[in-house]
Ligand binder design. Sequence first.
Ligand SMILES: CC(C)(COP(=O)(O)OP(=O)(O)OC[C@H]1O[C@@H](n2cnc3c(N)ncnc32)[C@H](O)[C@@H]1OP(=O)(O)O)[C@@H](O)C(=O)NCCC(=O)NCCS
Length: 149
Amino acid sequence: MADDIGEIAAWMVQVPLWQRYRLTTEIITNQFQTAISERALLYVIEVEGQTVVSGFAWYLAQGAFGRSAYLKQIGVHPDSTGLGIGRQLLAHVEEACKQFSDQLFLLVSDFNKDAQKFYERQDYQHCGTIPAYVLPDVAELIYHKRLLD
Ligand SMILES: CC(C)(COP(=O)(O)OP(=O)(O)OC[C@H]1O[C@@H](n2cnc3c(N)ncnc32)[C@H](O)[C@@H]1OP(=O)(O)O)[C@@H](O)C(=O)NCCC(=O)NCCS
């Protein structure tokens, strides 16, 4: 993963979502380096024939309320969306999280309708809203999924 940070940062800054949050390659690089040094849970997908990493997921064992698993960030290369990579990333995270949490939580921006549909398609439910949490003009929607019956 450490070797992939530069190339992931290079395509992340092209994604309108992260442009709106004013992420730069420097900020992204620092975030991932900190995550790695703190032994955060990071997972990447490399598709055969592609020269760059196609997707990543960053999740925390007890990142939600100090109790439940939390998906901090997930992204698919802009040229590779709609191919099932996001679904594969999420499936991996859910499987891994089942070992230590019965639920998985995440935040999604109110304007990010595509991601909301993506999560709803994977059986996530909107269970709350935090107004102006990260950006003053954006609400963060809390989604969750029960991983164990
Ligand atoms: C959101 C994101 C991770 C989804 O990954 P993806 O690889 O494009 O999604 P997939 O191809 O795996 O789609 C999985 C399912 O969601 C559905 N889906 C994905 N995007 C959708 C959309 N915009 N509208 C409706 N359904 C959608 C697909 O139809 C598919 O359904 P299926 O399981 O029945 O086949 C990706 O588009 C991305 O990185 N977006 C930019 C960053 C971002 O928004 N990250 C999330 C921040 S909270």
